[in-house]
Design a protein around this ligand. Structure first.
Ligand code: AMP
Ligand code: MG
Length: 515
């Protein structure tokens, strides 16, 4: 019977009324591929319903990019989906299986313990994107965890992932944050929340390790084929596709880490399960941007040995890639020795690929358009002086762009150095070097400002935003910070204070996973 017009036949009823219903309901154009892989790749599990979902933030431009209707997502029904209270049509919710090295220790089974992949959509650019709920309740991979996330870490991931995106750095993104109306118990009871995470996939080095430790070569091949089709389609038909896949991941990771270093980003937990095969930054936990330049900087409270310190990140990425290579050996050759030699050869490209990307990025940061002998040493001398003088990483480069334009900018750069004379000495050499190039001062300033952000998610700002939200249910600071960070390369004079480093009393020395 037709619920709207009892006399109408059911097929006609559907025909007449369905379009109206569709317009009001949340429609995700899912096209799932990972859940079509063998059962050993995941566990089917729905999100666990929560008490009283409330939408905190919807990323409207991202929703549009994904082919979703932001207005409908902002309705109470939309919030229920984003909180995992209802599962939208076409979803095929799963928790993905993976293993991983955590701080160097191998754990054969980790998996999505507090996340559920709803499904995949093809975005406006034709790119397949995972839509995942993080904090959506227990799964078969939860071990002793509650499957939930606290509001603080959800806001942190939202802020920092979207800031990375605005900085042009490959990253997972944040579609939404909701509070669940329930508490999660950590050291204290905290408001629970769910983040909707969008990624080009959630396949990690640890996903390969999950099958490698089980000696399931067929699954490794299946996974590798899936990854090639999805992330490295240019390799389809390659005569050595698995070698080329490793080389492709090496290239993307080397470039990614260079991008991190160039903005002062410290991931904090570069475990192999947090190392993405697509080359996106993934899993924002105790991550942070440094204020004063310090290559040994660590923020994460659990990184006691400094394994994941700022300047260690390239080395660690290569270590993680070596673990990936080990998983792929059976696909390389039946001759183990030959396979190892081939893998070593491919991994051997990492240092140079990284260094090229990093050095090119540094040259842009100091406004060099051409390459000369001695550039590397010149830039290293600046970095050394910055480290010695606790110069703010972001502001030094930003203000150096102003100094390129006119002499008045120089005072602002000098002010970053404990001993400003350390800058003067260097600046003299820099001016001699830039004088060899034909670009005008204005051109140099513009080019430098396009790569040196004014605004990064400074730790003390992120913490203040979280405190306001958690303690006072006040999201205005969060909204404002997200707004400022969306345009990191614009001066935004009305928000100039957001560019400031913390006062000594505001400094945040440690960050926490908060899981
Ligand atoms: P992460 O530190 O977020 O990379 O997580 C490492 C592992 O711990 C992953 O397998 C997560 O799914 C799992 N995990 C983290 N937090 C929780 C939680 N609250 N409940 C269940 N599993 C969790
Ligand atoms: Mg993780």
């Amino acid at each position: 019977m037709c619920p709207f017009l009892p006399n109408l036949g059911s097929s006609l009823c559907h025909h007449v009324f369905q379009p109206y219903l569709d317009a009001m309901t949340v429609h995700f154009p899912f096209q799932n591929s990972y859940s079509a892989l063998p059962d050993s790749f995941f566990a089917r599990v729905a999100p666990t319903p929560v008490a009283a979902p409330r939408l905190i933030k919807l990323n409207r431009p991202l929703a549009v990019q994904l082919g979703l209707d932001p207005d409908v997502l902002e309705t109470p029904e939309g919030a229920e989906i984003l909180a995992g209270k209802t599962v939208p049509a076409g979803a095929d919710p799963i928790a993905m299986a993976y293993a991983g090295h955590q701080f160097g220790q191998f754990v054969p089974q980790l998996g999505d313990g507090r996340a559920v992949l709803l499904g995949e959509v093809i975005d406006k650019d034709g790119i397949r994107r995972d839509i995942q709920l993080k904090g959506s309740g227990p799964t078969p991979f939860s071990r002793r965890g509650d499957g939930r996330a606290a509001l603080g870490p959800v806001l942190r991931e939202y802020i920092v992932s979207e800031a990375m995106f605005a900085l042009g750095i490959p990253t997972t993104r944040s579609l939404a944050a909701v509070v669940t109306g329930e508490h999660v118990i950590r050291e204290t009871a905290l408001p629970g929340a769910v983040l909707t995470r969008v990624a080009s996939s959630h396949i990690r080095v640890g996903t390969f390790q999950f099958f490698a430790v089980r000696r399931d070569t067929d699954a490794i091949r299946r996974l590798a084929d899936h990854v090639i089709a999805r992330h490295y389609p240019e390799l389809l038909g390659n005569e050595r596709p698995y070698h080329a896949l490793l080389a492709g991941v090496v290239t993307r990771q080397a470039n990614l880490i260079a991008r991190w270093l160039l903005v002062g980003f410290i991931h904090g937990v570069m475990n192999t399960d947090n190392s993405s095969i697509s080359g996106e930054t993934i899993d924002y936990g105790p991550c942070a941007f440094m204020d004063a330049y310090n290559p040994a900087q660590v923020f994460s409270s659990i990184d006691e040995m400094g394994r994941y310190a700022y300047a260690n990140q390239p080395r660690i990425a290569l270590w993680n890639l070596t673990r990936l290579a080990e998983c792929l050996l059976p696909l390389f050759s039946e001759d183990q020795e030959k396979a190892v030699a081939e893998a070593q050869d491919i991994l051997g490209a990492f240092p140079e690929t990284f260094s090229k990307a990093y050095q090119a990025g540094l040259r842009r940061k100091v406004g060099l358009f051409t390459e000369h002998d001695g550039d590397e040493a010149l830039i290293q001398d600046l970095l050394d002086a910055m480290a010695k003088n606790q110069a703010d990483f972001t502001l030094t480069f930003r203000k150096l762009g102003d100094a390129a334009g006119d002499e008045t900018g120089v005072a602002d750069v000098r002010a970053q150095f404990m001993d400003p004379a350390a800058f003067d000495e260097w600046a003299k050499r820099w001016r001699e070097r830039t004088a060899l190039e034909s670009q005008t001062a204005a051109e140099r300033r513009t080019a430098m400002h396009a790569v040196n952000p004014a605004f990064i998610p400074r730790n003390h700002r992120v913490e203040a935003v979280i405190q306001a939200a958690v303690n006072n249910d006040d999201y205005a600071p969060f909204e404002e910070l997200v707004k400022v960070l969306a345009k990191p390369f614009e001066d935004q004079p009305e928000y100039a204070a957001y560019a400031d480093p913390p006062l000594p009393s505001q400094r945040v020395l440690q960050t926490f996973c908060g899981t």
